[in-house]
Design a binder for this molecule. Sequence first.
Ligand code: SF4
Ligand code: FES
Length: 376
Amino acid sequence: MTVPRPAAASPEPPRPWALLAELTHACPLHCPYCSNPLELARRSAELTAAEWADVLRQAADLGVVHTHLSGGEPLLRPDLERIVAAAEGAGVYTQLVTSGTGLDEDRLSALRAAGLRSVQLSVQHAEAAANDRIAGRPSSFAAKERAAALVRRAGLPLGLNVVLHRDNLDTVGALVELGESWGVDRIELANTQFYGWGLLNRAALLPTREQLARARETVEHHRERLAGRVELVWVVPDYFDGIAKPCMGGWGAVSLTVTPDGTALPCPAAASLPDLDPPNVRDRPLDWIWDRSPAFARYRGTAWMTGPCGTCPRREEDFGGCRCQAYALTGDAARTDPACALSPDHHVVRALTDPDAGVTPPLYVHRRPGAVPQVR
Ligand code: SF4
Ligand code: FES
């Protein structure tokens, strides 16, 4: 493994503006593309509401203005209202990222009273039966439909989030129309990023090039049609284009993640890096974590870069791609992201996206402790 050079000494790292607060890994759904780590945090290890309140105050002092309250399913936290109120008190905008399961009128009204500003609802498919099959939970589509209606009635901004893969990409047009009929303001169509459970299911979830081309065309059509009414976001599938994504807007540059047990990470998947030794908010103040911890400095800026990134004119734009993907595909997080066509490891990605003709992909398995996917 390449030992990265330390980041260039910087008197003042950039300030973060966003915090992904993973309140719990517990979830009523079992999505096969879940990016949560394979080893989920125990409920008994979760930060308390008082600890989250402290994290949110410190985050605000650091410059954070926006937090995604996520999971797992954050509605499983009975003290979610206290956490929302703490964010509101600290002046941090809150967005609840939820599957919709467990949201009723009383809960939404309590969250709204606590200061909740917006909701992002996940959907797995435009058809109820297929949605429930992918989510691994009966009646979950009906719960989402009810949740969407409640949020609209409460007058909160509502976004739809769809993770796209081989099993739903051909219905992207129907998904956009579903969001429209539910009155959403924004639809995020995010091609699966392969981390955690999604990485284990990669062979089953990877779409074909033909599927992607058709979906892109459909999204373009709807984007023009909905211009000025619904924002349509297409998160590019970086395995297919030979272009690395500017992951997280750069390592330790604009946002941070705090996991249910208080581990602070420069990105949600960074717990997969074996030698990162991430700090914990129970042990260190957040400003130390952001400004001075070795984990946040490790891949900040460009001084750590190896291979073609080191001299590439795009290195300030894409930051060498994704460290977690580089590690997942090469075993070395400091290598150029193999999604980039200039990477000496790009053939690894090509082999995944252009499999031998006639090979049938395996079935995915749902996120459940002990589940073992087939490997192609
Ligand atoms: Fe980006 Fe590195 Fe590829 Fe250049 S070589 S385009 S910096 S990933
Ligand atoms: Fe960790 Fe991209 S997901 S750097």
